[in-house]
Design a protein around this ligand. Structure first.
Ligand SMILES: Cc1cc2nc3c(=O)[nH]c(=O)nc-3n(C[C@H](O)[C@H](O)[C@H](O)COP(=O)(O)OP(=O)(O)OC[C@H]3O[C@@H](n4cnc5c(N)ncnc54)[C@H](O)[C@@H]3O)c2cc1C
Ligand code: FES
Ligand code: FES
Length: 1346
């Protein structure tokens, strides 16, 4: 109900009468809620109650930033306003009482005025699918509200908590760079960031994808003011204890310490809430229910930071951001030696969560939770900090020492006690202090191991007086290394100390095989490595400070061991061919047009499936999924769930009116609902249909399923051992491998495993099913396969296909993950909607999506290669084993594409590639950008790398020697025409200055023992077309309306890849009209039937040709009117045709030439053409931790005549960063019993802003028209992904150098992803040798990689 100037909610039923009225402002409007539900988050309040759907739900756990909004607070005491970016998904609605919330809708829109942040992000091409975009806009907006002219470092800091799966981040950073003081001059100066560093730019080549000089200037004075009414309210009102209640939860908001102590005394079990970053996660994901919550953000004593003579006293509720800011001030003001602990805390906060979490989370929350990998506890413990506790009975001060934590997440704090403050001491002149953290991803990630280390030396000497060493990640709690601490006292801080201490550290930090967390040897090596770093850091400081101590000197080559990582600064150049000078202005092809929806995506106006307003009678689904990987279902009892108020039905296999079993082959091994047996964790057994998501999910959890467990197979190795395969093997053979091997000088045998990769599209799978007239069904589904969804639903319901209408406007990313598995879930929804005969909606939680929708196929490659002394390939045998999961899905097609790409770019006359489909008890793996080929190409490149290492040859020369040449045939017999591999190769090597940099890298490595650099150049060749002939067809429908506007429909879905934009560009060329006269509304089975999935990078080619045909037909019909009136306009010709009763609507159809490959005979040409590209990457690794940074990447990519260079470069950068995730970062782990461990963004790390190459240059190969596709273009979606393998091989190159320093020579195995633990353990040295890995089979590992 809208009140005067505000929104008022008052009609809630069944609430206790204790509730005060919640008041806050949202986008300047007052919101009054008389019955606010304390269990609701700000995000669900915005989306469901205020219908502000701009803020997105990407994860619900603070890990993606898609929900970011700005919360503004006014302090009447010091009359100050503060603006904070927060995660709305973790912000309890009651916590914003008396605050002002600004969402993406509140800062600008396309109808009135765009905010400069929105405009610049869109125009810099920083939004593809757009699902992450509102969150990124709000993070940047909040930064600008606090700092109108930020530095690049501040921008990167503000975006650490935001993820994007599409763009590769560079365009976002570059767009926002225009807000910095340095800004961007739009190439109006010699040193512009957008100018090429290379002098040899060809004529007609541009480096400008957008023009910053046209941006509306940013004027901070135009920002909305803090709501005056709220300011007045806060000034006039004396704060009082307020209470908000629902029937299940009570929220207290004390404003005095006395009130808080009384409340805690009355409700000792009450949870206190500050940032809710622990409590919120416990409630949402750990099934915790807290009936009493106390918001301790408004008690002045807990919000204070006081400087004391001995250090600083920090109130329990002080946010980590405020703590960091205050410590930074002290560091600037006090002598260096006094603030060493503060410096370590500030440095640690740099790597602690993202900005949104740090803005709200507090120190007391971190201490109390007592996570074994808490980042601050080791520092506080090592610094001997004290904690002041208080209850209504009195107070006490305790030291954060070894007795503070009493067990896993347990401590000595009594239930009635609260932390009032924490005292952090100054350090003394002879005291040295450092903190360490190693996590899989550098930014916004939880530590594997962290540590705080302090040493006090006897003045004037290097003798240890006292030492505290605290570790996290080595035990169920933060621990002190007590034996080490005892035995170091009296020792000199000099040569031999580390060797002396190592046995004590090993004893202090035992990790038996199978210990929780796994990676035992790595974690132990890290612990030693940290101490070694500490030793070097202190030694360096002693050498610098204490001139009269004749201690040990540090070898020059050890000095970089403690170097910290730099931030990225969005440096890079993007080069592309400009359109020819004579091209008419109206012809949009080849121009860097902004993605058509980009502006709407930046304002939150772009509608995704879950943004569609809820219908009055709509219901929601809660999934009942299997908790066992392999079991017979003994019984299912939904009685309790059905008794829950708001539950309407339980739906399972018995409710399917048509078919329950599906599958791409005669196996039909996929089911909508499990029937008697489950074969993976996450298999859908049934669904609960209820009034809303919360009820449905809660009720689904109490459906009682009883299982009889059966043996499980999880990994490829398990499958091989248990002979668990699908009954299809594939083989490609050419020449005679045996003869080839016999005639070879060197034989190389090896094995590499490439792990799974989660799609992690930002929008989880969502569908809305609406039963219509009679037996008609409307489905709005975030799928890449509308036709397949339509036909599956028809079969599930037992109705003809024409009764099912399936449509979608846009997807928040797909990457192949929404191609086949989504159809099954749409089927489940349709069966449920059919049973209750009401609309039903399902949006998977991030955790559900990760658990049940499958991943990229892990592949194990075993190879044997025979080569000449000069490195020429004579014979190659590769066996590929693919982990398919529990059903077939598209695994055979994925494996086939993998096998067809096992040559990458190399010719070999004697080849045998075999493929095996492993059946395991995991969710069914499915298509993912590249469809198997990146995995196989990595095997091929590993062979090349091994040849170079084993034969002592230059890897670059080995690759060149084996390259395909024009006219060569691949191992499956397809002739390679218009091969531009060597052009890409030469250009990339030249522009990247590879040869000189190779020397520089070698030079660097000679001078550095614990930091190493590596550089690699990697090519790719990618075949275009669906492997299945049937799918190589497309349709389009084009209407011209009376006013000359054109509406296009085609079979492809828009998921961020810019397909609709490109299709409009094609139509613009054919119809000879500007792109702004053309529109695409959505993709629907009603306008274009029988479509192929939007996949295989082939959608522009197929749909573009179909649109071309339709447009040509229409133009042909208009031709007489053009002839009649050559000086007329498009509108006048259209009008004349209409008046003459000429049809202004046409379909178009295209089928690609007959492409096929017959696996029985080994005959056929599967691809219409090939795309080529080359990348050079350089990295630096930390040999003691396995951490790394990508210093620079240069890519040259062949995309034919680009349809849209901005979109193509965006695809290249996005694919590269996604591939970097595949080969380096994204580590998918399950338990040996098949339960996913790396679930949610907290545990599964996709690349973030900080992971992209510090310098990232992309060039589109010029003058390379492709005769085989629309407007001479080439496909671009998948081909560039593999180029990220250049980072993997650069890492391998760096590791090789580290191993050589340790005296280890020759080929070594490095599985993908090359995670920090693998990098560290491959760099063997005196530390890793302490911890040999236990033999497999002698213990139960904590996790396995499938
Ligand atoms: C996305 C994400 C990233 C994260 N990254 C990191 C990271 O990098 N490193 C890391 O260490 N942690 C990390 N965390 C964990 C978490 O953010 C921290 O532990 C944080 O400090 C908790 O503070 P909070 O205010 O949010 O706690 P809340 O969730 O509000 O409260 C947590 C607990 O503290 C208790 N509590 C609060 N105040 C007091 C008090 N005054 N006295 C006694 N008890 C009190 C509460 O009762 C509750 O049990 C992350 C969490 C998320 C969601
Ligand atoms: S949805 Fe809030 S951080 Fe992901
Ligand atoms: S544009 Fe960022 S996730 Fe798609």
């Amino acid at each position: 109900m809208e009140g005067a100037g505000g929104i008022c909610f008052s009609d809630h039923r069944g609430r206790p009468s204790c509730s005060d009225t919640l008041v806050f402002f949202c986008n300047g409007k007052k919101v009054i809620d008389h019955h606010a539900d304390p269990s609701m988050t700000l995000l669900s309040y915005l989306r469901t109650k205020l219908r502000l759907t701009g803020s997105k739900l990407g994860c619900g756990e603070g890990g993606c930033g898609a929900c970011t909004v700005m919360v503004s607070k006014y302090s009447p005491k010091d009359k100050s306003i503060s603006h904070l970016a927060v995660n709305a998904c973790l912000t309890p609605i009651c916590s914003v009482h008396c605050m002002a919330v600004t969402t993406v809708e509140g800062i600008g829109n396309t109808k009135t005025r765009l905010h400069p942040v929105q405009e610049r992000l869109a125009k810099a091409h920083g939004s593809q699918c757009g699902f992450c975009t509102p969150g990124i806009v709000m993070s940047m907006y909040t930064l600008l509200r606090n700092r109108p002219h930020p530095t690049m470092g501040e921008i990167e800091g503000a975006l650490e908590g935001n993820l994007c799966r599409c763009t590769g981040y560079r365009p976002i950073l570059q767009g926002f760079k225009t807000f910095t003081k340095e800004g961007c001059c739009g190439k109006n100066s010699k040193n512009c960031c957008m100018s090429s560093s290379s002098n040899n730019i060809d004529l007609g080549v541009s480096t400008q994808l957008f023009d910053p000089t046209k941006f509306v200037p940013y004027d901070p004075t135009q920002e909305p003011i803090f709501p005056p009414e709220l300011m007045m309210m806060l000034t006039e009102k004396t704060p009082v204890l307020e209470t908000f209640c629902s029937d299940k939860v009570t929220w207290f908001r004390p404003v005095l310490l006395e009130q808080l102590l009384k409340l805690k005394s009355k409700h000792p079990q009450a949870k206190m809430v500050v940032g809710n970053s622990e409590v919120g996660v416990e409630v949402k994901f750990k099934n915790q229910h807290y009936s009493t919550l106390i918001d301790v953000n408004h008690v002045p004593e807990l919000k204070r930071i006081e400087d004391t003579p001995t250090g600083v006293r920090v109130g329990g509720s002080v946010s980590l951001t405020s703590l960091g800011d205050h410590l930074k001030k002290l560091i600037g003001a006090e002598p260096e030696h006094k603030t060493r602990v503060f410096s370590a805390i500030v440095e640690m906060l740099r790597w602690f969560a993202g900005c949104q979490i740090r803005n709200v989370a507090c120190l007391a929350g971190n201490i109390t939770t007592g996570s074994p990998v808490s980042d601050l506890n080791p520092l506080l413990m090592a610094a001997l900090c004290t904690v002041e506790l208080m209850s209504s009975k009195g107070g006490r001060t305790v030291t954060l020492d070894g007795s503070f934590f009493t067990g896993y997440r347990k401590n000595i704090i009594e239930p009635e006690e609260i932390i009032i403050n924490i005292s952090i001491p100054f350090s003394s002149q002879n005291e040295y202090f450092y903190g360490y953290k190693q996590s899989p991803r550098r930014e916004d990630d939880i530590a594997v191991v962290n540590a705080g280390m302090r040493v006090v030396l006897i003045p004037g000497t290097d003798e240890v007086e006292d030492c505290t060493v605290a570790y996290g990640g080595m035990a169920p709690t933060t621990v002190l290394a007590t034996k080490t601490m005892e035995n170091i006292k009296g020792k000199n801080w000099s040569d031999g100390l580390v060797e002396h201490i190592t046995p004590f550290l090993v004893e202090d930090l035992p990790l038996p095989p199978g210990a929780p967390g796994g990676m035992e040897s790595y974690r132990q090596s890290l612990a030693l490595g940290f101490f070694f770093k500490f030793y070097l850091a202190v030694l360096e400081q002693i050498n610098r400070d204490a001139v009269n101590i004749i201690g040990s000197s540090i070898p020059e080559s050890y000095k970089s061991a403690n170097q910290s990582w730099d931030k990225n600064s969005a440096q890079g150049v993007q080069m592309y061919q400009e359109v020819p000078s004579g091209q008419p202005d109206s012809d949009a092809v080849g121009r860097p047009l902004t993605h058509l929806s980009a502006l709407k995506q930046t304002t939150g106006e772009a509608v995704y499936v879950d943004d569609i307003p809820h219908m009055d009678d709509e219901l929601y689904l809660g999934l009942v999924i299997s908790k066992k990987a392999h079991a017979n279902i003994i019984s299912v009892d939904a009685t309790k769930a059905l008794a829950v108020e708001g539950v309407h039905a339980y739906v399972d296999v018995n409710d399917v009116p048509g078919r329950n079993r599906f599958g791409p082959s005669l196996l039909y091994d996929d089911v909508l609902f499990a029937d008697a047996k489950v074969t993976c964790v996450g298999m859908v057994i049934g669904v609960v249909v209820a009034d809303n998501q919360a009820i449905a999910q809660a009720a689904a959890k109490i459906v009682d399923v009883k299982y009889e467990e059966l043996p499980v197979v999880v990994t490829i190795e398990d499958a091989i051992e248990n002979n668990s395969f699908f009954p299809i093997t594939r083989e490609i053979k050419t020449g005679n491998v045996e003869d080839g091997l016999e005639g070879s000088d060197v034989i190389i045998d090896g094995e590499i495993k490439i792990g799974a990769q989660e799609h992690f599209y930002l929008e989880t799978f969502t569908t809305l099913v609406i039963p219509k007239d009679g037996d008609e069904v409307e489905i709005i589904s975030a799928t890449q396969s509308l036709t397949r969804t339509q036909s599956l639903v028809a079969e599930a319901l037992g109705i003809p296909i024409h009764k099912v209408m399936c449509h979608v406007k846009r997807l928040g990313g797909g990457f192949g993950g929404k191609e086949s598995r989504t159809c099954l879930h749409a089927g489940v929804c349709a069966v449920a909607a059919n049973k209750v005969n009401r609309p039903v909606r399902l949006m998977l939680d991030r955790n559900e999506d990760m658990l049940i929708t499958g991943t990229r196929h892990p592949i194990l490659g075993r190879y044997r290669a025979g080569v000449s002394k000069s490195g020429q390939l004579r014979a190659l045998h590769i066996d590929l084993y693919s982990n398919c999961g529990h059903t077939y899905d598209c695994s055979a097609a994925v494996l086939e594409r993998a096998m067809l790409h096992a040559d990458n770019c190399y010719k070999c006359t004697n080849v045998c590639v075999t493929g095996h489909l492993c059946r395991t008890n995991l969710a069914s793996n499915t298509g993912f950008r590249g469809f198997g080929s990146p995995q196989a190409m990595l095997v091929a490149e590993t062979v090349m790398s091994d040849i170079a290492t084993k034969c002592g040859l230059n890897p670059l020369k080995v690759r060149e020697l084996n390259f395909y040449k024009e006219g060569d045939r691949t191992h499956y017999g397809q002739e390679l025409q218009s091969l531009c591999l060597e052009r890409c190769w030469e250009q990339c090597i030249n522009t990247s200055n590879f040869v000189n940099r190779r020397q520089e890298v070698d030079e660097y490595n000679r001078g550095n023992r614990w930091r190493k650099r590596g550089i690699a150049v990697i090519p790719t060749k990618f075949g275009i077309s669906f492997n299945c002939k049937l799918y190589n067809q497309a349709g389009a429908l084009v209407h011209i309306y009376g006013d000359g506007s054109v509406l296009i429909a085609h079979g492809g879905t828009e998921m961020g890849q810019g397909l609709h934009t490109k299709m409009i560009q094609v139509a613009s060329r054919i119809l000879r009209i500007p792109a702004d006269k053309i529109h695409i509304s959505e993709t629907s089975t009603s306008t274009v039937p029988n479509t192929s999935s939007t996949a295989a990078s082939f959608s522009s080619d197929l749909n573009g040709m179909a649109i071309k045909e339709a447009c040509e037909t229409l133009l042909h019909r208009l031709e007489p009117f053009i002839q009649d009136d050559p000086k007329g306009s498009w509108e006048s010709w259209v009008n004349a045709a209409y008046m003459n009763r000429v049809s202004l609507s046409s379909t178009g159809f295209f089928k690609a030439r007959d492409l096929y490959f017959d696996w029985e005979t080994g005959q056929g040409e599967p691809y219409t053409y090939f795309v080529y590209g080359v990348a050079v990457s350089e990295v630096e690794i930390d040999c003691l931790t396995g951490g790394h940074q990508v210093l620079r990447t240069d890519i040259v990519m062949d995309v034919g005549d680009s349809l849209n260079p901005a979109i193509d470069i965006g695809q290249i950068e996005g694919a590269f960063v996604q591939g970097y995730g595949l080969f380096v970062l994204e580590d998918y782990r399950v338990t040996p019993s098949g339960h996913l461990l790396t679930i949610g963004p907290g545990f599964y790390k996709i690349p973030g802003f900080g992971d992209i190459p510090s310098e990232f240059n992309v060039s589109l190969l010029t003058r390379a028209p492709n005769p085989f596709a629309i407007c001479s273009s080439k496909a671009v979606g998948e081909p560039p992904l593999f180029l990220s393998a250049s980072v993997y091989f650069a890492i391998k190159d760096a590791v090789l150098s580290a191993r050589e320093d340790a005296g280890i020579k020759g080929v070594f195995r490095l599985d993908s992803p090359a995670t920090a633990d693998r990098i560290r353990m491959a760099c063997q040295d005196q530390f890793t040798k302490q911890f040999p890995s236990p033999a497999p089979g002698t213990y139960k590992p904590f996790f396995v990689r499938p």
